[in-house]
Design a protein around this ligand. Structure first.
Ligand code: NDP
Length: 249
């Protein structure tokens, strides 16, 4: 049997890195995408290879269509037929009110979090579709609980971009179900990663702890487990589904 192939966007750090390592342990050949941090991506690749797995690191900005096309072509050439995509790359910027936001900021957030996920999903569907000669496959989008609780202190631009991801998950799941492709999403709560420093709040997890029923932030590995379950055959009858990984938030 051919080794299954997975592409994880933003696989160099945080949730993406944890998912890449778990996927390697589960026998996938892994493409670790990154945009800037080559060293971090190489650390993830080395961790997978050290455990006997197969992995490559590929630089590409998911917000740039030509980069995405080149990224998928690299996966085709180096790893083979794509089985799974994790649309994980995402950004957050310093918390501010709408009155202060300019269009350039909104374009950055939506270009990475939304357009990037759309064009990666498009490239994946073109390869996986049984109607187009593929073998089927699965996509997991990394949304956020913020898509439902966006509001003061919850980054309304970021939360709205995740709302778009939720709607895309629901719609695309229906669109490609008969092509043998499942599309699901995870909605992490507050997870200990670097993203909170880019949001200008490195200590955010501890600040919001009281609002989390389980009274703690989550680990990237806890999100990775849900992602890999949704991609697995154990989730063979799940599509258009959402799993919250949020400590009950
Ligand atoms: P991190 O900031 O830790 O990592 C972000 C990753 O995305 C890095 O690998 C980074 O690459 C990559 N990336 C950023 N922009 C691009 C781009 N334009 N093209 C390709 N790759 C890019 O983030 P997290 O692990 O926290 O977040 C991962 C996902 O989980 C995001 O979609 C986020 O919105 C979501 N999420 C996170 C939560 C949290 O509390 N941490 C909560 C809810 C959702 P590089 O290393 O090269 O910069």
């Amino acid at each position: 049997m051919h080794q299954p192939v997975i592409l994880i966007t933003g696989g160099s750090r945080g949730i993406g890195a944890a998912t890449a390592i778990l996927a390697g342990e589960q026998g996938y050949a892994v493409c670790v995408n990154y945009v800037r941090n080559r060293d971090a991506a190489e650390v993830v690749v080395s961790a997978i290879v050290a455990r006997g797995g197969t992995a490559i690191a590929v630089a590409a900005d998911v917000a740039i269509e030509a980069d995405v096309v080149r990224l998928f072509a690299m996966v085709d050439a180096k790893l083979g037929v794509l089985t799974a995509l994790v649309n994980n790359a995402g950004i957050l910027e310093t918390q501010m009110r709408l009155e202060q936001m300019d269009a350039a900021r909104l374009q950055r957030i939506f270009a990475t979090n939304v357009i990037g996920s759309f064009i990666c999903a498009r490239e994946a569907v073109r390869r996986m579709s049984t109607a187009m000669g593929g073998k089927g496959g699965a996509i997991v989008n990394v949304s956020s609980v913020a898509s439902r609780i966006g509001g003061p202190g919850e980054y309304i631009d970021y939360a709205s971009s995740k709302g778009a991801i939720d709607t895309m998950t629901t719609g695309l799941a229906k669109e490609v179900a008969q092509q043998g492709i499942r599309v699901n999403a995870v909605r992490p709560g507050v997870i200990y990663t670097d993203i909170h420093a880019s949001g200008g709040e490195a200590g955010r997890v501890d600040r919001v702890k009281d609002a989390i029923p389980m009274q703690r932030g989550g680990g990237s590995d806890e999100v990775a487990q849900a992602i890999m379950w949704l991609l697995s055959d154990q989730a063979s009858y799940s599509t258009g589904a959402f799993i919250d990984v949020s400590g009950g938030r």
